[in-house]
Design a protein around this ligand. Structure first.
Ligand SMILES: [Zn+2]
Length: 217
C-alpha cells in the first residue's frame, strides 16, 4: 500500500512538474524572438556598473566574458565603466545580494537600469558560493551573458543528476515571457540548471553552435 501510494505520489509530482514546466518555459515558437543586438553593437559592446567597489569581482566577470564570448567574436566588450560616467552603455549591471538574473533577453536589455543583476557576496542567496566565490561569480556571469545574447534557461537532466536540479525555478530570467529567446539542447550548456559543471564557466560545444547560428557569425 505504501509503495503504491509512493508511486502515485511520484506520478502526481511528475505531472505537476510537467505542467509547471510547460507553463513556465514556453517553447521558442510560443514567444517572439528577442530583439538582437546589431553586429556593430556586439563588436563594440559597452557595459557599465551601477555600483561602486568590488574591483576584483568585477575583473573576474570581465575576464570570463572575454574568455568565453570575446575571443570567439560573440561579444567584444570594449568598455566597462561606471554607469554614472557612461549612462549610454548598452548593458547596465547592478550588484545585489539576491538571485542573479536579467530583466529580459538580448537587445531588450539595452540601457535598462538593473538590466543584469549579479551577486558578489552570497550572504542571502546561493550561500554555498561563499566557499569559492570566484568560481560561482564566473559561472553565473557566463550564464547571464548567455541571456544577454538571447539564450533561455534550460532544464535538461540526466538520470544521475541530483534530484534537486529539476525543482529549481526557471523564472531566473525573464519577466517578459514574450522575450522568447533561443533554447539550448545539451546537458553541458551554461544555460542548463542541471549542468553539474556550471562553475567551470565554459560554453559547451552546443552553446557555441547555437550562438553562431543566432548571431550569424
Ligand atoms: Zn538564467
Amino acid at each position: 500500500m505504501t509503495i503504491i501510494h509512493n508511486i502515485m505520489e511520484f506520478m502526481i509530482n511528475r505531472w505537476r512538474l510537467t505542467l509547471w514546466l510547460v507553463a513556465s518555459a514556453p517553447a521558442l515558437s510560443a514567444g517572439a524572438a528577442p530583439a538582437s543586438w546589431t553586429s556593430a553593437e556586439r563588436q563594440a559592446f559597452t557595459v557599465c556598473w551601477d555600483a561602486p567597489g568590488f574591483p576584483e569581482e568585477k575583473s573576474w566577470v570581465q575576464d570570463v566574458v572575454e574568455r568565453e564570448y570575446g575571443h570567439r567574436g560573440f561579444l567584444n566588450a570594449v568598455s566597462w565603466r561606471d554607469c554614472s560616467e557612461a549612462p549610454e552603455a548598452l548593458l547596465h549591471i547592478s550588484i545585489f545580494d539576491q538571485g542573479a538574473h536579467t530583466l529580459a533577453l538580448g537587445r531588450n536589455l539595452a540601457q535598462r537600469t538593473h538590466g543584469l543583476v549579479l551577486n558578489f557576496t552570497f550572504r542571502h542567496w546561493s550561500r554555498s558560493c561563499q566557499t569559492n566565490p570566484k568560481a560561482c561569480i564566473e559561472g553565473i556571469a557566463v550564464h547571464e551573458f548567455g541571456h544577454v545574447l538571447g539564450l533561455r534557461d534550460a532544464l535538461i537532466s540526466h538520470p544521475d543528476d541530483p534530484a534537486s536540479c529539476g525543482g529549481q525555478s526557471l523564472k531566473h530570467t525573464t519577466e517578459d515571457e514574450d522575450d522568447g529567446g533561443t533554447s539550448v539542447a545539451d546537458h553541458d550548456s551554461v544555460m542548463n540548471y542541471c549542468n553539474p559543471s556550471w562553475r567551470g564557466a565554459v560554453l559547451s560545444a552546443g552553446d557555441v553552435a547555437v550562438l553562431k547560428e543566432i548571431l550569424g557569425d
